[in-house]
Design a protein around this ligand. Structure first.
Ligand code: IMP
Ligand code: MG
Length: 185
């Protein structure tokens, strides 16, 4: 699916920019109080790139100075439904052996992506693999996993913005919103 005409959609705000920024500061304070030394933040791309960038600066505000790396995982392809398989599209460059890792993802839904990433970094010898997601769709879980930190509980709707996309569109929105199709025929 490619979105040819964005005016066919209305985006209703679910979490506005100020609400997200305030929550990021709270998350950073909680993460800082966990005392994870030698911390490596790993952004699970693509959807988490905006959240990770803001969380990282909130962590600075909480007196942490983590390193950062990126992994690109795909379970979604370009459709709305998860395929069930997780694939590494681009790997981290850092040796995670003996490191405290904080995985950062946009949404925890079935749990497959986070479970895959946790297993991967544990198998590579990380000391601890903690996780922080912006949104938790708790009633959509297929794998029994929870994030150590999450920003907001999210209703079972398809959300976009703040880095998250629908068929590669809407990542640039500075808030999290719900896509509503206008003029449905
Ligand atoms: P999980 O493996 O089912 O937990 O998949 C979570 C991933 O699916 C997230 O990191 C997102 O990339 C994607 N995803 C799940 N729900 C949404 C949504 O509402 N909007 C955009 N992406 C989503
Ligand atoms: Mg993702």
């Amino acid at each position: 699916m490619k979105i040819e005409d964005k005016s066919a959609f209305r985006i209703d705000t679910l979490f506005d920019a100020d609400t997200i920024a305030a929550r990021n500061r709270e998350l950073a304070d909680k993460i800082a109080s966990a005392g994870l030394d030698n911390l490596l933040v790993v952004a699970v791309l693509k959807g988490s790139f905006v959240f990770t960038a803001d969380l990282l600066r909130a962590l600075y505000g909480a007196n942490l100075s983590p390193e950062v790396d990126f992994i690109s995982l795909s379970s979604y392809r370009s459709g709305l439904e998860s395929s069930g398989e997780v694939e590494i599209l681009r790997d981290v460059e850092t040796d995670v052996k003996g490191r405290n890792v904080l995985l950062v993802d946009d949404i925890l839904e079935s749990g497959r992506t986070l479970a895959f990433a946790k297993d991967l970094f544990s198998a590579r010898g990380a000391s601890k693999v903690a996780s922080c997601v912006l949104l938790d769709k708790a009633n959509k879980r297929v794998v029994d996993i929870d994030a150590d930190y999450f920003g907001f509980e999210c209703p079972d709707v398809f959300v976009v913005g703040y880095g998250m996309d629908m068929a590669h569109s809407f990542r640039e929105l500075p808030f999290v919103g719900v896509v509503v199709q206008e003029n449905e025929i």
